[in-house]
Design a binder for this molecule. Structure first.
Ligand SMILES: *Cc1c(COP(=O)(O)O)cnc(C)c1O
Ligand code: SF4
Length: 346
């Protein structure tokens, strides 16, 4: 009886979590029992990109710790308003790679669809923090133009649903889209790039699992976890359901100063991901987006971290260190080979 009640409430539950997310610094700090005196003036940073953090994610933070690695990802800081050379609003020049509104076709075999404008959480380091999402929220008409584009371009075998966050979109709309995409014979895979299950695990509801189980397309989900503390039982259970539905689970992280830029943090992250049935995929060097420079970890530190991971973990738990650059045909892998080590191969 109790189980039944939970099952029928699930859909409403994730939407409820979306609408009851913390949107004020004051109430978040109060909830975490952090005295306001520990928090510097922010004002402008919060205005430019408002705070948004769902309760399930806040529940994974430790109380009373202004340096909590999850809190640091969402708390606006005065540092964000500094004007730093080389940090720009659209570092990937995505605004010029849109063949159709809501569609990015940068890499030959796969397209990225910007499904909706919203995210369940606002991450301070986000490279799309200045992206004019309002202009890219797509209508039914635009969706059919995107489907036509994929149908006419036989190079494309994979459609990536991104955003914003594609899982802020409801099941009815996702189901309609997947049904249209599976009619395209040359399409093999559909991939979700999402952080929603990490911050609202209830989003992986039965209806969504059914939609994924029924499609002929192979389904991948690339989660976005940056720290082992983001992985708890609720999230792990959601991942187990996806795994049972045949979904391939991968993770991408951003290398973030003061959050995951130590060997211990990255090793623990990889181990915890695997416990949750997820393999590490990419570790991104920060995109130089205005407002995020204080998160930057330089490339040589990134390389030495990967070297340490290689000696501590099995190869399948070491993510690929990459940078994303405008006008490239793929992400740019960062080689960890120094001149010295490549010479020693002779
Ligand atoms: C990252 C990205 C992809 C996917 O790249 P993979 O290497 O296949 O993960 C596709 N399109 C765009 C625009 C991207 O930024
Ligand atoms: S969920 Fe992803 S797209 Fe949304 S703010 Fe965070 S990093 Fe950016």
């Amino acid at each position: 009886m109790i189980t039944r009640t939970i099952a029928t409430c699930q859909t409403e539950d994730w939407q409820n979590q979306l609408s009851t997310a913390f949107t004020s610094v004051n109430s978040l700090l109060e909830h975490l029992q952090i005295p306001k005196s520990q928090y510097p003036e922010w004002i402008q940073a919060e205005k430019d990109f408002p705070l948004r953090v769902p309760r399930a994610f806040v529940n994974k933070m430790s109380k009373g710790d202004i340096n909590d690695p999850l809190l640091k990802q969402v708390l606006p800081l005065p540092l964000e308003t500094l004007d730093i050379d080389g940090y720009v609003e659209d570092p990937l020049q995505e605004l010029t790679a849109n063949p159709i509104k809501g569609l990015l076709h940068k890499y030959r075999s796969r397209v990225l669809v910007i499904l909706g404008s919203a995210c369940a959480i606002h991450c301070r380091y986000c490279f799309r923090r200045h992206f004019p999402y309002q202009d890219n929220g797509i209508s039914t008409k635009e969706m059919s133009l995107i489907i036509d584009y994929v149908g006419q371009n036989t190079d494309i075998n994979e459609v990536i649903l991104s955003g914003g966050d594609p899982l802020v979109t409801n099941n009815t709309r996702l189901s309609r889209l997947i049904k249209a995409l599976e009619q395209i014979p040359h399409l093999r895979r559909i991939r979700f790039h999402t952080r929603t299950p990490v911050v609202i695990p209830e989003r992986i509801d039965k209806e969504f699992i059914d939609i994924l189980s029924q499609t002929r397309l192979q389904v991948l989900m690339v989660l976005h976890c940056n720290h082992a503390h983001e992985i708890d039982d609720l999230f792990t259970n959601a991942m187990a359901q996806l795994k049972n539905a045949g979904v391939t689970l991968l993770n991408q992280s951003v290398l973030l100063k003061g959050i995951n830029d130590t060997p211990e943090a990255l090793i623990e992250l990889s181990e915890s991901l695997f416990t949750a049935h997820i393999l590490p995929y990419y570790l991104h060097l920060l995109d130089p987006v205005a407002g995020a420079s204080h998160f930057d970890v330089n490339e040589s530190i990134g390389k030495s971290l990967i070297t340490t991971l290689l000696s501590a973990l099995p190869g399948y738990l070491v993510p690929k260190l990459v940078r994303e650059e405008a006008h490239r045909t793929s992400k740019t892998p960062i080689s960890i080979l120094t001149e010295e080590s490549s010479q020693s191969c002779n």
